[in-house]
Design a protein around this ligand. Structure first.
Ligand SMILES: *Cc1c(COP(=O)(O)O)cnc(C)c1O
Length: 489
């Protein structure tokens, strides 16, 4: 900010003031005394009123009334500055030094830019699919967009059958139901995940058992899984299913996990809510479970605003999922039910959004990976930041750019999160492990070694803003803010 260019003294004429305001293009001048001390702000409205009051253009500003302008005398955070501007209904805030001289001017247009973790990013064709649904009056939870969306996702992932549903959570609930999970049963589940991965286990009255992460991928540790299987076998209580979560756009190390599950005859349910578009050893993430779920919630890599999908190569499972998801109506002309069903199907309107989004999935993956690359390059000098690894078998979408912060460094992950928040940048801690959740206290938990990897990742982990629609300026601002946090402390 060139403060000289917007400063003016009382001996200047109204004409000079108008000219200066025009040149500086800020809509604001700073009136300063002969010693350079800030006196008041002058808006274009102030000058207009002088003109309308009959003041001659060539008369000086000596008689311009004194006025108390809000100033700040220290560096404040972006959040504080915005709050002050809002409270006082102003768009500019001069910053003055101990001598009372302005050295900076905060401008609402530059300050009021909240950077969010992950926001929806529409393509060019979603509206056309919605319009087609309206034109043909297919507004129901079934219709051509639903059918096509199912076919398109199935073919993208290379799975035979798919049922579009109202959320990823609904898809997981159907998966539990299809596998006959019920009271007295146990289901193994990754501990480092969102609660939606495991809640459906409890909906069915079964008990979850949590499995630790491995440091290599942050996903389910085959070693911890093996320990859980050994213990379960000794007790004669094998789990009904293993829910394997693919975190932050990266597949779990499926091969050893699958070998263990196959050896015990236990099916895998892949929670691929966060990994659409990722690859494991060149194969699509989500193509390995007996059942797989995706989520199209608003924060995911592509979205239908809310939605999900259940997939399997076993067509009878998906057919039954459709039946259960539409209130389990028996094939009779009257309303007859022999089972309890759900209302879980996706609307044909929202499936239209999904079809449009699928067309840009590749772009979204590239964009998110590019965001990650810029963080990694822009922050390469800060050795306290360790990025979520991408093993050689993985192609991650980097749905979220996740890292851990060495707690022995100048800021820990929570301090960095708070610093970014003050700068109107949203970062989030890594998922709090399920075995640490009050609602799951007392639940069995298997670590790979004597140390809980998931706990460490939670303690030191941070997810940075990662939206595919972040501007170059927003990415730079985030990098700069992180650099400041490490420098300042
Ligand atoms: C988002 C998410 C879900 C749930 O999906 P919804 O569509 O929001 O119900 C499940 N598991 C994981 C890992 C998720 O990130």
């Amino acid at each position: 900010m060139n403060i000289e260019a917007i400063s003016i003294t009382r001996d200047s004429s109204l004409r000079q003031a108008l000219q200066r305001m025009d040149e500086a293009g800020k809509g604001l001048l700073l009136l300063v005394d002969t010693q350079g001390r800030f006196e008041r702000t002058i808006t274009d409205g102030d000058l207009r009123r002088e003109l309308l009051g009959g003041r001659d253009l060539d008369v000086s500003l000596e008689t311009l009334p004194a006025m108390q302008s809000l100033i700040i005398d220290r560096k404040v955070t972006r959040r504080e500055a915005l709050a002050l501007m809002n409270t006082h209904s102003i768009d500019h805030l001069p910053v003055v030094d101990t001598n009372g001289a302005a050295f900076d001017l905060l401008d609402r247009r530059e300050i009021d830019d909240q950077i969010l973790l992950s926001t929806p990013h529409m393509g060019d064709t979603e509206q056309a699919f919605i319009a087609e649904a309206f034109r043909t009056n297919w507004i129901a939870p079934l219709g051509p967009n639903v059918d096509a969306f199912e076919r398109e996702v199935a073919s993208l992932v290379g799975i035979g059958h798919a049922a579009a549903v109202s959320s990823g959570t609904a898809a997981l609930h159907l998966a539990m139901r299809l596998l006959d999970v019920g009271p007295g049963d146990r289901v193994f589940c990754s501990t480092l995940t969102f609660a939606a991965s495991v809640n459906p286990v409890v909906y069915q009255g079964a008990t979850p058992v949590f499995i630790d992460s491995e440091p290599e991928s942050w996903n389910m540790s085959p070693k911890a899984l093996e320990r859980a299987f050994v213990a379960a076998k000794a007790e004669g209580r094998l789990p009904k299913a293993v829910i394997v979560v693919n975190l932050y756009g990266q597949s779990a190390d499926i091969d050893p996990i699958k070998a263990l599950c196959d050896a015990h005859g236990v099916p895998i349910v892949e929670d691929a809510a966060e990994s659409l578009g990722a690859l494991y050893k060149g194969q699509p993430s989500g193509s390995f479970g007996l059942l797989t779920i995706f989520s199209f919630n608003g924060n995911k890599i592509i979205t239908t605003s809310g939605g999900g999908m259940l997939l399997s190569n076993d067509g009878t499972l998906i057919e039954r999922a459709r039946f259960l998801a539409t209130q389990a109506r028996d094939p009779a002309p009257h309303y007859q039910h022999s089972e309890i069903g759900f209302n879980y199907r996706l609307s044909n309107v929202l499936a239209g959004v999904g079809r449009g989004q699928l067309k840009v999935l590749d772009d979204r993956v590239k964009a998110r990976r590019a965001v990650f690359d810029q963080y990694r390059d822009g922050l390469s000098g800060i050795c306290e930041i360790q990025w979520m690894p991408e093993p050689e078998w993985s192609y991650s979408t980097r749905w979220l750019s996740a890292c851990t912060i060495n707690p022995a460094g100048p800021v820990n992950s929570e301090q960095l999160r708070a610093h970014l928040s003050d700068d109107l940048i949203e970062a989030r801690p890594v998922w709090k492990p399920m075995h640490r959740q009050p609602v799951f206290s007392g639940t069995d938990y298997f670590m790979s070694d004597n140390q809980s990897v998931a706990d460490q990742l939670f303690q030191n982990g941070l997810c940075l803003p990662s939206g595919s629609n972040m501007s170059a300026n927003q990415i730079e601002r985030t990098i700069a803010s992180i650099r400041t946090a490490f420098r300042k402390s």
